[in-house]
Design a protein around this ligand. Structure first.
Ligand code: NAG
Ligand code: NAG
Ligand code: NAG
Ligand code: NAG
Ligand code: NAG
Length: 431
């Protein structure tokens, strides 16, 4: 009760005396990378109700996680200096951007709200916008999103909206479609329910797109990928085969994520033309064959052009790896081979010599033979990695027996020849 009276009193006070954002929120003057004030109202509930005034030199306004259900009053969103506006993680059902006047705005985060529509015209005043995050809202095929006026947009995030069907038919790059500018550098369409994409879908941005996130969809093909990509995430799609041709053109690619696919095999040369620094192949539960030639044959003899810093094969179905890979694997700074059904026999003894980070060894364990089941590979000694002893000894014995036999045969032959050779001579001499 007392709190309520206090609150009402405050409201009356605020209605008569104007209040500054910095009286309520956390304000910080910064000079890097821009000079100005960062106004942080994150986790401040009901701050807009007080109709606070933005400081003149505001560059960032953070209103995230503030339980906002509407943007009222809009007079707050008038600023000649604001560059970044964060409205993520609220409960906004609609937003009238038309009434905003933020000509310098470069970054707008509206993710994790409940938006269903945004009027295409409402972006008209945002010609400088470079980054737009609309992830995890309630956009659907009826939303008809269009970004034609965002001519300087570099990055868009549309994750976790049910718009896949629409992206398939209304192109992201067509003016009648989503109207993204053709010099856009980064697109994220993870978890949007894409079932099928035209193989040539990304052709309009073939030379410009640097980053593509298309994970968590239902794609069973790898579309033709823009050749300037530096970052690609195609994880969690029902892809059952990766061919050399699909990745070959991506010579600028640095980071590749192919987690949670349906592939059974990584075949030779798949990564041969790439110069990756980061490769994730996690939770490919069916993956049981990783070719020692996946990075190509040449790298195995000259590792100079092998730049991989992080490689994860965690959570797959690998039971063995060829030792020829060791020249590459020793160069990887963070190698994760955990949660695979490793068969700890003589073929895998080399794994113990890899410089694996201490936090990546606990689940690096044997699955067989029975006596080593669930033992940590780095707790074992070289002698523990034995190959099937009976057949091994038999073949050892076979070889040595063969040698003895061969020697005996040779001896007999020499003896016989010397006898045969001398006898006729002796006979002759005797004649
Ligand atoms: C605002 O503060 C929260 C912590 O209270 C922090 O997580 C967030 O990064 C800050 N926002 C900005 C823009 O600095
Ligand atoms: C937002 O509302 C929830 C419950 O509805 C509450 O637990 C939370 O503290 C509120 N957040 C803020 C920043 O007030
Ligand atoms: C490798 O992984 C570490 C830790 O996850 C990360 O900090 C680093 O940036 C990664 N390196 C590359 C080249 O991606
Ligand atoms: C993993 O491989 C084994 C044989 O090596 C096979 O029996 C099993 O079905 C595979 N698991 C999956 C999920 O494909
Ligand atoms: C690759 O592995 C296979 C099977 O283990 C082996 O026969 C072959 O010699 C290896 N190739 C190279 C180049 O080491």
């Amino acid at each position: 009760m007392r709190a309520y009276i206090l609150f009402s009193a405050l409201m009356v006070y605020f209605q008569t005396e104007s209040v500054m954002f910095c009286d309520i929120c956390d304000c910080q003057e910064i000079s890097e990378p821009l000079t100005g004030v960062v106004v942080n109202c994150s986790f401040h509930e009901r701050v807009l109700e007080m109709n606070p005034i933005l400081p003149d030199a505001s560059i960032t306004l953070d209103l995230s996680k503030s339980n906002l259900t509407s943007i009222q009053p809009v007079s707050i969103f008038q600023s000649e200096s604001l560059v970044e506006l964060l409205l993520n993680r609220n409960f906004l059902k609609e937003i009238n951007l038309l009434s905003f006047n933020l000509p310098e705005l470069k970054q707008l985060d509206l993710s994790e709200n409940e938006l269903t529509h945004i009027n295409p015209d409402s972006f008209n005043g945002f010609t400088k916008l470079e980054y737009l995050n609309l992830a995890s809202n309630k956009f659907t095929v009826t939303s008809q999103l269009n970004f034609n006026s965002l001519v300087n947009l570099k990055e868009i995030i549309l994750d976790n909206n049910n718009i896949g069907d629409e992206i398939e038919t209304r192109s992201l790059f067509d003016e009648q479609g989503y109207g993204l500018p053709l010099n856009i550098q980064s697109i994220s369409i993870s978890g949007v329910n894409l079932d099928n994409l035209n193989l040539e879908y990304f052709k309009p941005v073939d030379n410009t797109l640097r980053k593509l996130v298309i994970s968590n969809n239902n794609l069973n093909i790898i579309v033709k990928l823009p050749q300037r990509l530096e970052y690609l995430d195609y994880s969690n799609n029902p892809i059952n085969k990766i061919t050399t041709e699909e990745l070959e053109p991506l010579v600028y690619l640095k980071e590749l994520k192919l987690n949670g696919l349906d592939v059974e095999e990584i075949s030779k040369n798949v990564f041969a033309t790439l110069m990756l620094t980061n490769l994730e192949l996690k939770y490919n539960k069916k993956l049981k064959e990783f070719s020692n030639l996946s990075f190509g044959r040449q790298l195995l003899s000259d590792t100079y052009d092998f730049y991989l810093e992080n490689l994860s094969l965690k959570g797959s179905n690998l039971s063995t790896l060829d030792e020829s890979l060791s020249v590459l694997f020793v160069k990887v700074k963070r190698l994760d081979l955990q949660q695979n059904p490793w068969v700890c026999d003589c073929r895998l003894a080399w794994l113990r010599k890899l410089p694996i980070a201490p936090d990546l060894i606990d689940n690096f364990r044997c699955s067989s033979p029975d006596n080593l089941f669930d033992r940590r590979i780095f707790d074992l000694a070289e002698e523990d990695f034995v190959c099937d002893t009976s057949s091994w000894e038999e073949s050892q014995f076979g070889i040595s027996a063969g040698h003895v036999l061969y020697l005996l045969l040779a001896l007999v032959t020499i003896l016989y020849l010397s006898l045969y050779n001398t006898t006729p001579k002796d006979n002759l001499r005797q004649k």
